[in-house]
Design a protein around this ligand. Sequence first.
Ligand code: SAM
Length: 295
Amino acid sequence: MPKTERWQWYVEEFSPAEQHHHAIDDLFVATRSKYQQIAVMRSPVFGKMLVLDGDTQSAEADERIYHEALVHPALAASDDRSDVLIVGGGEGATLREVLRCPDVRRCTMVDIDGLVVELSRKHLPEWSDGAFEDPRANVIVGDALEFLRSCGDRYGAILSDLTEPLADSPSNPLFNDEVFTLIKSRLHDDGVYVLQASTAAVHNAALHCKMARTLRKHYRHVVTFTTHVPAFDTEWAFLGCSDRVELSQLEAQRIDDYCARLSGESFFYDGVTHRRLFSLPLYLRRMLAGGGDTF
Ligand code: SAM
């Protein structure tokens, strides 16, 4: 029997007209929490993968590309890295990257789904790599919106590692003007807010541009940066927001000094990668400059 017939397939549907078929040679768990469907599987191409509601969240082969991009430009730009907040981030890999920075004294991570955290710790321990046991980690299972409303703290950096804000996703209520105002109120005046901000692929960048347009109402500097994430099968986008600093303009020396102080070895991010992340193609710059709807 040809190998393809022996495999089972995980079919990620990007739209009704576009699918990516991943062969799976192991399905570790497929279940449903109160909030979402959760599956952990292994693909012969990308290794272990976490899939929520049919969307790939991260994969062994390239999760370091996504997580280093989400965390390090933000922390390199921050003047105060002592207290960092992650909203979402269930796998613990964003936490792992934040805790590589020796200036971080506390990192609070708030994820709504305790089952995602539990299953990630069990099946994907390489993602957190001990971060959940780090005494600087403050992991809270709860709705980030409730947390943002009730906590009195302010942070030098806030990182948003939430699922896509689709209509039925528990992250959906976190994408609107009121919540963006709330998030800003939890940042120090000079703080940096970075969010994973959907795809910036030429045919599908509308959601990203909508996020960028909305956030421009809240921050003096809002900048898009992107990188290809193979397991997502697309160019992935992030937004860096601050009233003080334009992330694309960080001096090379500052990035080199920041990277030199990180514990462990980076896979993706350094000064050269920083310039590449912020070097956007003409069509995307045009789309971002154009008008359109906001949240
Ligand atoms: N890399 C991912 C992607 O591409 O979409 C995001 C990764 S992370 C697994 C997303 C996390 O956001 C999930 O663990 C989910 O439980 C969490 N989440 C969704 N809505 C949330 C909310 N309202 N409060 C806190 N966490 C939330």
